[in-house]
Design a protein around this ligand. Structure first.
Ligand SMILES: [Zn+2]
Length: 101
């Protein structure tokens, strides 16, 4: 699925996740915008405790989307800040980032 971010109809600010009121202008009308690509800002590894059911460390990246907002995405292998990624949503509504080949 495509990652969607939310753009204020009044001032154009884009946010993720959705908010009720725009914190820039106070409006409450949003339009959805696709955020299909982005650039990695930072990487973090979340260490799982030993014996966790779907064990293994989780790699997370903060990604500045082309649409504006920064999102936290799972990545499958180590990448570097500045790498371009394609963004998607999995069936558990998690944000995924994959390298653009
Ligand atoms: Zn606004």
């Amino acid at each position: 699925m495509t990652l969607k971010v939310f753009q204020c109809e009044q001032c154009g600010l884009t946010v993720f996740p959705a908010r009720y009121l725009c914190f820039q202008c106070g409006a409450a009308k949003w339009r959805e915008r696709a955020a299909e690509r982005g650039t990695i800002d930072e990487l973090t590894t979340v260490r799982r405790r030993v014996g966790a059911r779907d064990g293994g460390d989780v790699l997370l990246a903060s990604v500045t989307t082309d649409a504006g907002p920064i999102v936290i995405a799972r990545i499958e292998r180590a990448m570097r800040a500045g790498d371009a990624v394609r963004l998607a949503i999995d069936e558990q509504s998690r944000v995924l980032a994959r390298p653009i080949a």
